[in-house]
Design a protein around this ligand. Sequence first.
Ligand SMILES: Nc1ncnc2c1ncn2[C@@H]1O[C@H](COP(=O)(O)OP(=O)(O)OP(=O)(O)O)[C@@H](O)[C@H]1O
Ligand SMILES: [Mg+2]
Length: 301
Amino acid sequence: MSKPFLSIEELTQVYPDGKGGELTVFEKASFGVEKGEFVVILGHSGCGKSTIMNILAGLAEPTSGVVKMDGYEVSGPSLDRGVVFQNYSLLPWLSTLKNVTFGVAARHPEWSKAQVVEHSTKFLAMVGLEGDVIHRKPSQLSGGMRQRVSIARAFANHPQLLLLDEPFGALDALTRGTIQDELLKIWGGTEQTVFMITHDIDEAILLADRILLMTNGPFARVAESVEITIPRPRTRTTIVDHPNYYAIRNHLVHFLGERSKELAGQKGDEVNKPVPVRIDKTVSVSESEPETPRPLRAVNS
Ligand SMILES: Nc1ncnc2c1ncn2[C@@H]1O[C@H](COP(=O)(O)OP(=O)(O)OP(=O)(O)O)[C@@H](O)[C@H]1O
Ligand SMILES: [Mg+2]
């Protein structure tokens, strides 16, 4: 079988525990992400999600193991991997607009200044930031606004891989919904691959092709890969009526509520690969798997 677009191979992260000992966050975690896939990772606080994302971004080195993108080992950050950090990480000395133009200009050195500004302004408007506000410094923005700048900055660069660490955490429900829709539109219209962390189960079901479930740490494991068997386009209001919605949701809630603890801390020598889980109430047990795979993407319109 050919290798996936993004290949995480036997990733282990050990940190000093602050008491002279060691903390093994996860050990030999291995999984793949296909090109164009939207993968969401769910797990309790501290299990190692941001650590995995920082390694995928090339911003941190694992204790052992490798990450390969398109067959090449990831080392150091790249414009091909766009990140929205849990804590926004904007450049405080630059205006909102310049925080976005900075990367766009680096990505498109052949563009005129006006083109760079026009492109960046369009992406800021997409996340609801227009007018005078784009000339303010990050310190003059609210937390939710800063998060939106960070989202616009990542999207505007059209990276091959979009890494999103709880990107909508600081947003009110209305803005969150709008930006989720924008994200689906952008993703649906491009070849981008998305890897996203969230704590919101409903958001995960709405957005993902697949949800990776992590057990609690230390020695956290990426235990399951749950396929979201709800066709696209999806909307918040229509997915709840799909026969698979509550079955998938209950499975996720049960994992996070109980099994993430029961399975926690199981140290082992084997490579840790997630077990594929497919829940589909629309096929009877006697029916075989559908022959044609469902389309990977479709734009929400
Ligand atoms: N630089 C570091 N040095 C030592 N320990 C660290 C470091 N970074 C993270 N850790 C520890 O590694 C574990 C995983 O942290 P990580 O930030 O990846 O968790 P997370 O799953 O993203 O949690 P959350 O959902 O709260 O964001 C935690 O126990 C954390 O204390
Ligand atoms: Mg985190």
